[in-house]
Structure formats: C-alpha cells, structure tokens
Design a protein around this ligand. Structure first.
Ligand code: 2HA
Ligand code: ZN
Length: 280
C-alpha cells in the first residue's frame, strides 16, 4: 500500500489540521507523534527506505527498542500537514539500544523529526510501561488560555488541576488523575524531557509554563479531546479571572466532586480536593 493511503496517516494528518484550525499551532509551533502497530508498518513496508543511517535521539528510551513512530518534522508547520504530508511528517524506527532513530519515510524536503523528540519518546516510554502499551499518541500544542494561566496561577499540579476541574463538570471525568506542571525550562532537550516524563507517569497531561501543553492518549480522538477539554476549561477560567479578578460567587465544592466521582466511577486523588478559603 502507498504510504499516503494508510488509514492511520490520514487520521494523523486530520488531527494535526484540527489543531491548526483551533489556533494552537502558530508558525511551526507544536508537534505530534504516534506509536505505530506492527500491522500498520507491514502494510506500507515496501515503500519504506530501510537503508538510512541512524541519528542520535539525544536521550535514552530502551523500552522503545525497535518501535516505529509517525512524527511531525522539526520546523514544519501544522498548517501544511494536510496538503504536504510527505514534507511535514516522517516515519522513524528506534534502534535496538533505544538511543538512535532512522528515518524510513517522509520529510522529503529534508530536515529532522520534531525538536521535541526526546520529550515525545520519553513520554511514550513511561506510558508504554505504566499502561501496558494502551497509549499510542503524544501531542504538544500552544493553546493560548492554558499558557496565559501559567502567568497568574502558582505553578503547582494541585492548583492547576483543581482550578480547571472547577471550570467544567466534565473535567474531573476526562482527566481524573489531574494534570502536572513543569516550571519554565529550555525546550527541546533531555532535561525538560525527563521532567515531563516524570509527571506523565501519573498524569495524562503536563503544562509547560509560558509555553504549552503535552497530552497523552490511546488514540487521536481521545488525545485531541483531552487537549481541547483542558484548553476550554482554561478559557473559562481566563474569563472568570478577567471578569472578577478570580472571585467566584459559587463553584463546584469538594463534596460535589466526590459525588460526581461516585456516579461516574472515577477515582479523584484526595490531594486535589483540599478545602479552600471562601471565594477563591
Ligand atoms: O516549534 O512547539 O516546543 C515546535 C515546538 C517546540
Ligand atoms: Zn512548543
């Protein structure tokens, strides 16, 4: 099968375009990766370039040895993914040690996989181990409202999770484990990858202060939906803060979150259900 006829590549491109249309991917902002199944690789195998050379990942992901990923390219624009997929994306294979990658297809105009490859792969590795391979998608975007909140809320997992949960009743059901926060760090390297992957062991989403958001999920719908839900809640919080300076006349209280958790059969960690002084 021709690579561009693959169902998974079409779905990947369609999700990238959805993110572009949301306004989350100015210029070359954001990146997306997907861990391919054996079947998805086999059906396009005859069109892959198997004799390329290996390049350093910049970190070590031994549990991903031999795995295949579909990833956006460094410096590529999400705006172009749908119309120029063979220039915007690539398929890579990880070597036996989990320290190098080889490009098997794509990036026809040259260049490398996303500059955030270390974070993507380290996130994939912790999720592979923690969830027995259930998650396949890692998505990084620059949604404006969640970024705005990193200037006005304390950079703490407990605060971001609780404030966002309060903004929409669906939030604790969509991300019951909460979300993590990485303080400002230089992007693109191993250090921020290690800090993010540590949070991804317990959460499916991690905020990068003054930069953006990473989400992990089983498939494209759920991962995009998680990004969308978090950014929507952030937008509501930005409106509340803009209207009243953050004073809430009423909100969802800890006992109401507990009732929700019971009916929707999710477990909400107690560290997010702290008592607050009134009207905060
Ligand atoms: O430019 O989003 O974090 C791509 C990025 C880097
Ligand atoms: Zn970014």
């Amino acid at each position: 099968m021709e690579v561009l006829n693959s169902k998974v590549i079409k779905e990947f491109c369609s999700m990238a375009n959805d993110g572009w249309q949301q306004g989350w991917h100015e210029r070359n902002g954001g990146n997306l990766s997907y861990r391919m199944t054996k079947e998805e690789v086999e059906e396009i195998a005859e069109h892959l370039l198997w004799d390329g050379s290996f390049q350093a990942i910049g970190t070590s992901v031994p549990k991903l040895s031999g795995e295949y990923f579909l990833v956006t390219g460094s410096g590529k624009f999400f705006r172009n993914v749908l119309t120029k997929p063979e220039d915007s994306l690539c398929i890579i294979q990880i070597d036996e040690k989990g320290e190098n990658y080889k490009i098997l297809w794509g990036l026809c105009g040259g260049k490398k996989p996303t500059s955030e490859l270390p974070t993507h792969l380290m996130n994939h590795e912790v999720k592979l181990v923690a969830l027995n391979g259930r998650h396949r998608v890692i998505y990084h975007a620059h949604p404006a409202n969640i970024i705005a909140l990193t200037f006005v809320l304390p950079l703490k997992d407990e605060v971001f999770t609780r404030e966002l949960w309060e903004m929409a009743t669906e939030c604790p059901v969509v991300f019951p484990d909460g979300i993590g926060v990485v303080p400002w760090m230089v992007p693109g390297g191993k250090e921020i990858a290690v800090a993010t992957a540590k949070l991804m062991q317990q959460y499916d989403a991690a905020v990068w202060a003054h930069h953006g958001l990473f989400c992990s999920g089983e498939n494209f719908d759920l991962t995009f939906g998680l990004m969308h839900t978090i950014e929507k809640a952030a937008e509501i919080l930005v409106k509340v803060i803009s209207m009243t300076g953050g004073k809430k006349y009423q909100t969802i209280a800890p006992n109401q979150f507990r009732a929700l958790a019971k009916d929707f059969q999710v477990s909400l960690p107690g560290k997010f259900l702290y008592e607050k002084p009134k009207n905060i």
